[in-house]
Design a protein around this ligand. Structure first.
Ligand SMILES: *[C@@H]1O[C@H](CO)[C@@H](O)[C@H](O)[C@H]1NC(C)=O
Ligand SMILES: *[C@@H]1O[C@H](CO)[C@@H](O)[C@H](O)[C@H]1NC(C)=O
Ligand SMILES: *[C@@H]1O[C@H](CO)[C@@H](O)[C@H](O)[C@H]1NC(C)=O
Ligand SMILES: *[C@@H]1O[C@H](CO)[C@@H](O)[C@H](O)[C@H]1NC(C)=O
Length: 573
């Protein structure tokens, strides 16, 4: 090869050009997922690319909201040691990415950092407890602190020297493969911190182990778990928090106890992948929790009857609300996830409180999300009769990126079908009686992501009403994905549940947050939530994607109010 010399300045220029171009390309690769993204969400939280699961360590610190999450920085599957992604926000709607954290740093998390929670210690000092995987791949609990308390973005964290702070020993008989996900800690007047760790024991007993500590570093396992229940399998991501009685919607800090308070224990059931909860009493003398309805298994109440897992709450002291965050995974194939370049989203943060009845929790999207509602185009309608068998277009809005509130009044109970006492599984009933199955009173509701009046493709969210033998009405709420996509590789499971509402006395309300591949529904005065993931193939751009109000029952129903907003894009990635 002939050799000749280039002048030094030219070499420098070439090198710097190369570097500059490289830098630009790298930056773009880091910031944007592959182009042509019909399913990427506009206002649901998701990182720029790759795999995301559980929300971790949410908190408000010095006016900044922090969200961490389980993350694989190297791909769209849950592979390799997960680290924590981190984003910050001033409103829980728009998010700014921060550096990854909880990367393998010491033996206690050398094989990865799993889920955990934040606790604000006295003096406004955040601390995080999470599950690390040690060199033997055993689950241990790890303590982390911010490096710089003057940085409200808490960009950098370090692991306490004395880690792990909780771990399996031959004496404590903890199974090191089912021992994870510490909660936010709470302190009682005796000055001791308490924290729960999810666990399972022989014969599939699920437990929330209780540990106590005075200094947050030295933890002692209590003799008895806070609560346990037979044959419920491994309990992941436990969460334990106080709520006010009597319908007071205000949130309460995790350490508060008192006479006007009930406690909620939520666990994520590893077997069914459902987030279930009970409401009950916390006996602080015995450090024991007793649910009002005495079981905690897959028959318990759920936060969400669709795709929803590994949720966690935190107390927002600025708004005096308790906020719930959750994860919704994809329903698409791994091949499609690889094409998209990402997998997993978080649901819209929800304010959560105890219903006046004391029987269930109420959830509603945080009010800040309403700031994304565009002033125009908006679709409004009041007092319109929806004839049995009719389809009514909600026109002029961006139907793939919308917030829709609608309420129905029952006009005619003549055609209501009889409820069969053997119908104990509402999800199954929803899949047998989907949106296209004609009925007496219902199905009526919204058809989202609809391609055309030909109904080739749509996702239906609806009510169906039955009359039981005791003359009581049974209201079923469903999210029917069976025709949501012409792509046969998607999981199109239909979801649903019974709703505790009297349709004769109250209007039936529905709010649906539609966001490209998410249909997040809140039914019957905020009592029932169902999140679905859908991947329409026809109903993807502005022209082809439509929204309709439908009624496939014999009886007419009345729309008492309907407002549909086009939604702005949040600034997320
Ligand atoms: C866990 O870490 C050890 C030590 O770094 C390593 O040898 C082992 O392969 C890891 N285990 C797994 C399952 O990744
Ligand atoms: C420990 O837990 C794992 C997973 O839950 C289970 O497969 C295993 O049998 C348990 N081991 C013992 C000794 O109970
Ligand atoms: C939950 O527990 C109750 C009471 O023991 C029982 O009747 C029910 O069948 C259980 N549900 C499941 C899904 O195991
Ligand atoms: C994720 O999605 C798949 C397929 O839709 C489902 O079977 C699985 O249980 C989901 N996992 C969780 C944790 O929700």
């Amino acid at each position: 090869m002939a050799s000749y010399k280039l002048p030094k300045q030219v070499i420098l220029l070439l090198v710097s050009l190369l570097f500059f171009c490289y830098g630009v390309v790298e930056l773009q690769a880091a910031q944007s997922p592959p182009s042509n993204q019909p399913y990427r969400t506009a206002y649901h939280f998701q990182p720029r690319k790759n795999w995301i699961n559980d929300p971790n360590g949410p908190m408000l610190f010095k006016g900044i909201y922090h969200l961490f999450y389980q993350y694989n920085p190297n791909g769209v599957k849950l592979r390799g040691p997960p680290v924590w992604g981190h984003s910050t926000s001033k409103d829980l709607v728009n998010w700014m990415p921060q550096p990854l954290t909880m990367e393998p740093e010491m033996a206690a998390n050398i094989n990865g950092s799993w889920s955990g929670s934040a606790t604000i210690l006295p003096g406004n000092k955040p601390a995080i407890l999470f599950t690390g995987l040690d060199p033997n791949y055993e689950q241990v609990q790890v303590l982390a602190y911010p490096k710089d308390l003057n940085d409200p973005y808490l960009k950098e964290w370090f692991l306490a020297p004395k880690n792990p702070v909780m771990f399996p020993t031959p004496q404590n008989q903890i199974n090191a493969t089912s021992y994870r996900d510490p909660t936010t800690a709470w302190m009682l007047p005796d000055g001791n911190w308490r924290v729960l760790i999810g666990k399972s024991k022989r014969r599939q007993r699920g437990l929330s182990l209780l540990y106590r500590s005075r200094d947050f570093v030295h933890w002692v396992k209590a003799k008895h778990p806070l609560y346990s229940y037979e044959r419920s399998g491994m309990w992941e991501c436990p969460d334990f928090f106080p709520v006010y009685k009597n319908g007071n919607t205000m949130g309460i800090d995790t350490s508060v106890i008192g006479p006007n308070i009930k406690h909620v224990l939520k666990v994520s059931l590893d077997v069914s992948k459902h987030d279930v909860y009970t409401i009950g009493g916390y006996d602080t003398k015995k450090d024991a929790y007793t649910p009002d309805v005495g079981f905690m298994n897959d028959s318990s109440l759920r936060y969400d009857y669709g795709k929803y897992y590994a949720s966690k709450t935190f107390y927002d002291g600025a708004k005096k609300e308790r906020i719930l965050l959750g994860w919704a995974n994809e329903s698409s194939s791994e091949e499609d996830d690889a094409k998209k370049g990402w997998s997993g989203i978080h649901t819209i943060p929800r304010t959560i409180w105890l219903d006046k009845s004391g029987n269930q929790l109420i959830q509603w999207p945080i009010s800040n999300i309403e700031k994304l509602r565009q002033k125009s185009p908006v679709f409004k309608l009041y007092g319109k009769l929806i004839k049995g068998g009719s389809l009514n277009e909600v026109s002029g809005i961006t139907a793939a990126q919308a917030d829709v509130e609608i309420s129905f009044k029952i006009k005619d109970l003549e055609n209501v079908e009889k409820f069969d006492a053997s119908w104990t599984n509402p999800q199954l009933l929803c899949s047998q009686k989907g949106g296209s199955v004609k009925g007496g009173l219902g199905p009526f509701g919204l058809m989202t992501f609809q391609a055309s009046k030909g109904l080739e493709e749509y996702t239906a969210v609806f009510f169906r009403i039955f009359k039981a033998y005791d003359n009581k009405y049974v209201v079923l709420m469903c999210s029917d994905q069976s025709r949501s996509s012409l792509n046969p590789t998607n999981d199109k499971t239909t979801y649903g549940s019974f709703v505790d509402v009297n349709p004769v006395r109250e209007d039936l309300s529905l709010r649906v947050l539609i966001d490209h591949s998410v249909v997040e529904s809140f039914g019957a005065k905020r009592k029932e939530c169902v999140t679905a993931r859908v991947y329409p193939t026809l109903a993807i751009n502005e022209k082809a994607c439509n929204l309709y109000v439908f009624n496939n029952g014999k009886s007419d129903v009345e729309i008492t109010g309907l407002t549909a907003w086009s939604m702005k894009k949040a600034s997320i990635a």
